[in-house]
Design a protein around this ligand. Sequence first.
Ligand code: DC
Length: 213
Amino acid sequence: MIVTIDGPAGAGKSTVARGLAARLGYLFLDTGAMYRAATYAVMQSGDLKEQKSRIMVTNGIQIDVQGNTVLINGNDVSSLIRTAEVTRNIHFLADDPLVRSRLVKRQRAIARGQNVVTEGRDQGTVAFPDAEFKIFLTASPEERARRRHTERSALGEEITIDEILASQNIRDKQDETRTVGALQKAADALEVVTDGMTIENVIALLEKIVLKK
Ligand code: DC
């Protein structure tokens, strides 16, 4: 069975998808991490602004996602792909239809024959349109920014909620307006708005719904 979880940045998708996968005993697939890894690889050995270079680098690497660990050609890049610089540059790769089709192929190959909870922007619409269960996880922009602020302050970062909200608005716009793989609720997805809910509440709710199906 394939469960897809799509939604905007900061909706808690990764934590929820990871928790739900653990509860169900399913594989967890973080597709944002794959876009991050491809972006990092092009930053290291290519030119983000050149499509030829983006494709050459992306075609020449093997990306593996094993739980929280992300590998490029077997090398652990899990923390290297979480920098603000990578986040800022992702749109070069995420807006490229050829990169997207390559990564979608890889996502399908990883999921083949497995029970999976997969998380991203286009999982229920493009990557797995026939998934048995689709969730669109969202929260208000202010709530998402507040959550990110709590997380980042806990890591000792000095940043205001307004600064987070401003960069979140830019990412939302980029995610919603890309011509291929834009963030969109699949017609048959269940929308879950998580304002005021704890992550634990959300995971428990989704587990109940999936198991009932
Ligand atoms: O979930 P995340 O923040 O790690 O994702 C990083 C970026 O990757 C996000 O801004 C949009 C892009 N992305 C995408 O275009 N398609 C996906 N399936 C997953 C992520």
